[in-house]
Write a protein that binds this ligand. Sequence first.
Ligand SMILES: [Zn+2]
Length: 91
Amino acid sequence: MTIVRDGVDKWACFHCPGGCGETIKLSLSKNRRPRWTAMSDWLRRPTISPSVRQTNECRCHFWIRQGRIDWCRDSPRRTCHATVRRSLKGS
Ligand SMILES: [Zn+2]
């Protein structure tokens, strides 16, 4: 996961854990809707809220909690247990 900053956190970018290959871009900007919050612990494991739902053919729906993918019951793909680490881009 890459957190793109421009003074403040702007975007959280990461590859869809469902395997469709799409890059998910979540807005962290306070002035945009919808928006997400990204926090990370001392191991740089991100926690994202609220949950992420893909509207493409992949339709995956999951939470990221402490770097772990937590699949929702209505998600068609729940096999990936990838973990995500946070890195920063920008200033
Ligand atoms: Zn996907």
